[in-house]
Design a protein around this ligand. Structure first.
Ligand code: CO
Length: 303
């Protein structure tokens, strides 16, 4: 199917895709009024492990005007409320081959169906339009057109991204507006994720989130080096949550704090809509083929 991916690699991307979708469906099923965010994240992440994959990043649960990078902390007490507009974003990998997918649900009301549909429809149009040789801005333009025609704004500073083995954001960005000259090539694996809003169409950094990623080792010593090496063995260069470090022991909190200070760990700030607009999101992972693309993040993967 793809020149640059061998059959074994394609098989792993597809396996990861099915598991990512299962986990997302599980999260959607559990997500309800009065249910803690933490329960949804834990159930989804458990589904990933149960099927033989590993999370590629902590599950993002982004409510209302939050766009990305919120994951529940250990003992998180937040619960879903009636009327919440919730983005569930889940990624997993099989032997480093990543699948990333997301959807939006509304808790107990149906006031934002058109906003949810705008992101879903934009994703569908983008996927159907993909051809090798087109530019990333052509995909972005398609997304932007659909979202605008529904009366909303695309979020211009949140993008989809190329995936490579063990790399979540591998160079090429897939914009949600007409930007970027990178050519789409057969064999590329892309996470496409339109975000629609009734706000300004931009996110800004809010407070610190609980998602981290290892950076350079920075001459760490002693217990800091020990924690760094443990994290490297468990997460590699993929994002991780502090709540995943409990297995390391109670020390992980102070180690994580020190590693951040030394620049050996980076933290992802929570991203919030600039005008506090509501945000919807829809995401699939695809493999670019000679004539179009194949979605990996769905349960049935017939050729
Ligand atoms: Co993504």
């Amino acid at each position: 199917m793809c020149l640059k991916l061998n059959p074994d690699e394609i098989k792993k991307y597809r396996k990861a895709g099915i598991i990512a979708r299962r986990a997302l469906n599980k999260a959607k099923e559990v997500c309800d009024q009065g249910v803690p965010y933490l329960k949804v994240a834990e159930e989804a992440e458990r589904t990933i492990y149960k099927h033989g994959a590993k999370p590629a990043f902590p599950m993002n649960i982004s409510v209302n005007s939050v766009g990305a990078h919120y994951t529940p902390i250990e003992n998180d007490e937040s619960e879903f409320k009636k009327g919440d507009l919730v983005k569930l974003d889940i990624g997993c990998h099989v032997d480093g081959y990543i699948a990333d997918n997301a959807l939006t649900v509304e808790i107990g009301t149906s006031r934002h169906t058109s906003l949810i549909k705008a992101a879903e429809e934009a994703l569908g149009v983008a996927i159907r339009s993909i051809r090798p040789g087109m530019r990333t801005k052509d995909i972005g333009k398609n997304i932007e057109n659909v979202i605008n025609s529904r009366g909303f704004n695309p979020i211009s500073n949140l993008t989809g991204h190329e995936l490579k083995r063990n790399v979540l954001h591998a160079g090429t960005s897939i914009p949600n507006v007409s930007k970027g000259w990178t050519k789409i090539k057969k064999g590329m694996v892309l996470a496409i994720e339109p975000f629609a809003t009734d706000g300004k169409g931009k996110v800004k950094e809010g407070g610190a989130g609980d998602i981290y990623r290892l950076e350079g080792q920075r001459n760490l010593k002693g217990e800091d080096l020990e924690f760094y090496e443990w994290a490297q063995k468990n997460f590699g260069s993929l994002p991780f949550a502090a709540r995943w470090c409990g297995r390391y022991g109670e020390d992980h909190k102070s180690s994580l704090k020190r590693l951040r200070r030394f620049g050996a760990v980076m933290n992802y700030p929570v991203l919030v809509e600039k005008k506090k607009g509501l945000i919807s999101q829809s995401e699939h992972t695809v493999i670019v083929t000679s004539k179009g693309c194949k979605v990996t993040t769905k349960l049935s993967q017939k050729d």
